[in-house]
Write a protein that binds this ligand. Sequence first.
Ligand SMILES: NC(=O)c1ccc[n+]([C@@H]2O[C@H](COP(=O)([O-])OP(=O)(O)OC[C@H]3O[C@@H](n4cnc5c(N)ncnc54)[C@H](OP(=O)(O)O)[C@@H]3O)[C@@H](O)[C@H]2O)c1
Length: 470
Amino acid sequence: MIKLHEEIAVQRSIEDCFRYVSDFRTVSEWDATARTSSKSTQGPIGLGTRFIVHCAVGPTKVRLEYEIVDYCPWASVVLVGKSRFFEVRDVITFTEKEAKTHISYTADFKYHLGLGSFENRLEYGMRDMGRKSLEGLKKALDTPSSPPTLSKCTARADRWVAPGVAMFSKWGYRRSVAQRKPDSTFLDGQHIVITGANSGLGLATSIALAESGADLTLIIRNPKKREELLTTLKSETGRSDITVEIADLSLMADVRAVSTRLLAKGKPIDVLINNAGALFNNYALTSEGLEQSFALLLASPTLLTQTLLPLLKDHTTPSRVINVVSGGMYTEKLVCQRLIMAPPEYQGAQAYARAKRALTVLGELWAEQWRENNIIVNTMHPGWADTPGVASALPTFRSITKRILRTSEEGADTIIWLARAKEAGDVSGKLFLDREPRTPYLLARTKESAAQRDQLEDYIDAQIDSASEA
Ligand SMILES: NC(=O)c1ccc[n+]([C@@H]2O[C@H](COP(=O)([O-])OP(=O)(O)OC[C@H]3O[C@@H](n4cnc5c(N)ncnc54)[C@H](OP(=O)(O)O)[C@@H]3O)[C@@H](O)[C@H]2O)c1
């Protein structure tokens, strides 16, 4: 049996330390050997929660199944991990002393398969690993933020279209996990508004941000989905204090109505996530006379953000607007007069890509305009994620790419990071994929003219006004 013991002291609240450490999904962010970690049981973290952790130990990969066997907020948590080679009991205790939280970590290893006879040889490496892991944990809880940067490897890939696009797959996500910084931020009391929160990326984002303690207002269009959404959030996170607003965001009247309701409540918004979207293969006008791709993907986030500005602006710490676009926009150049497509040339994927291109440009313009109001605006694209939206709009694409699609959680990861991470508050006007700022142009021919950028907002506003008059 090998017993490791390490202690650290960090300048974080005891609650934050306990929550971060006992959610063992974070272990891959700080442990020296853990490469991936996921929760394998449903529900909030507590007694009986299980995690699957994959570790790299020398040349060997080890799969561990952990279970929380004792859970005592904010004092201690005990986990037992089982693998083919060994069993480990981690006892982690938390105490407050001299304005710091002290974390004591003891790991008892018992080896199977006769490996016990190698204990003496293993011990030195194990102690080194234990020390490095606790240094990693201290860094994760203590590290001051630094602005996100583009890695050399990603910059190289983006210079060539094919490697750049290959990163949209789950391999791009996995590559990024290996090089990312830990994120131990919690969002207690922060008011976050998310559109399209009942499905795919929006749902994954809502669950993660609810787990982080955020005060959520979720905008969905179908009142029949409200109960199911609240039940899912309750069973996944234990939270039942979540507000749901109903609005068909392709209708400007509904966008105005939901904004008016939020303005009347007067609760400042810390983060607005413009996520709702759909790819419409068939051409149609909304009841207000706007082409539906343009209405939902561009007019709606524009009007929603503009009308919610009084709740977003002039906070002491910057509020954040996050626009969800699509890698499809890389194929299109912004030309305002081509944003609204009509038959016979209407093609859903093209109308979608044009709207997403315009929303990307809009993000840059807003970032500039609202800097002095302390609002930061960033745009992200999720890569290719297997969501209900992709299944219904792109069934052929989905069946071809199924094996390389990301999960909804992987696709939503950068939305969650942009909403939560300290360092994501240090940049504005950027496009992100996998927590890295990325070029908005993979093809030189898709760079818009200055005249088109200048026209964009007036063009969208005029269309919104025409819908309001309808
Ligand atoms: N998945 C991907 O690979 C991918 C790639 C690039 C970009 N995106 C973008 O990611 C965002 C989320 O998409 P997703 O893949 O998660 O799709 P999804 O599972 O279909 O989710 C889309 C969400 O938007 C909502 N929505 C659609 N039309 C609406 C309307 N008129 N009013 C209000 N809400 C509406 C949907 O509500 P209902 O459930 O009621 O329909 C749903 O909650 C979209 O902006 C999409 O363009 C996704």
